[in-house]
Design a protein around this ligand. Structure first.
Ligand SMILES: [Zn+2]
Length: 283
């Protein structure tokens, strides 16, 4: 398990799924030819020799001594999904949580940067023929604006998601609908980064003068620091997402540590100037 210390706060990454994708499936402009100028810093961590990209689906556990917060809950087990590698998974996510002394019952808050299929899966788990909340003692903080959108919409990637991973949590009474700038604890707050979805948020952690920010899907891949204007087909509002990416890069340059929600190991780095654009520096 990989972890980082930000002042008094500990953040640990737990990986649910790691797979290789053709980047053009998400970002059509990300062809090998177009990516070539970025090879020096994208390889070897974020781009394979064959120009596929490793895509990690992981959660971040934030511990501040008083509370445990989990950010995005990945794919989950036993779920019926159209993506073959996400269908009926039997992963060891819950065992990994136990191994870092953060068993599911100990989690105080569950944050979802947005309500797409790969961010809500472990919200629930199968018990008999029912879906029950995995984090039985937690408050789940869903963005009010995000839920207002999805309650009438179908996730274009997986229509089952709402029924098995969101509605059971709402019915359990464990959900608080929050604003996009909600303060979770003294050290942890949400930052609005709309566009990928209407209510998409990033998560800012600040302690003892140090800071880190979790991207969510504002950035699927570090190549987007250099090419924020390339269309990402998963963005609900591409223009707004591009604007949010540009504002984010103005605001959270080094030394703020940027933790990518889908960035492969080493996952964390800083945004630094690179000519007229930016790149991701992993040290
Ligand atoms: Zn995602």
């Amino acid at each position: 398990m990989t972890s980082w210390n930000i002042g008094d706060i500990k953040i640990t990454r737990i990986v649910d799924v790691l797979e290789n994708w053709d980047p053009t499936m998400l970002i059509p402009d990300a062809t090998p030819e177009n990516l070539e100028p970025l090879f020096p810093w994208l390889k070897p961590h974020f781009l394979n020799e064959d120009c596929t990209m490793p895509l990690s689906i992981h959660t971040f556990v934030i511990e501040d001594g008083n509370s445990k917060i989990i950010v995005d809950t990945c794919i989950g087990n036993d779920k019926t999904r159209r993506m073959p590698t996400w269908n009926q998974r039997q992963g060891d996510f819950l065992q990994q949580l136990k191994a870092i002394n953060a068993p599911r019952e100990s989690i105080d808050f569950v944050l979802c940067t947005h309500l797409h299929v790969d961010h809500v899966g472990w919200n629930t788990m199968r018990e008999g023929d029912k879906w029950v909340t995995t984090f039985s003692n937690a408050k789940y903080l869903f963005g009010r604006k995000e839920w207002d959108f999805w309650k009438d919409e179908e996730d274009p990637f997986e229509k089952e998601t709402k029924d098995d991973s969101i509605l059971p949590v709402i019915e359990s009474g464990q959900v608080d609908l929050v604003n996009m700038d909600h303060k979770v604890t003294n050290a942890v707050r949400l930052v609005p980064t709309p566009g990928h979805t209407p209510g998409h948020v990033s998560v800012l952690i600040e302690s003892q003068g140090a800071s880190a920010i979790i991207t969510g899907d504002l950035f699927h891949h570090p190549l987007q620091f250099a090419r924020p204007h390339w269309k990402d087909i998963a963005d609900v509002d591409g223009e707004l997402a591009e604007q949010s990416r540009n504002e984010f890069m103005q605001q959270y340059q080094a030394p703020t540590l940027v933790l990518g929600t889908h960035f492969a190991t080493p996952t964390a780095g800083t945004i630094v100037k690179d000519g007229n654009s930016f790149r991701f520096d992993v040290g």
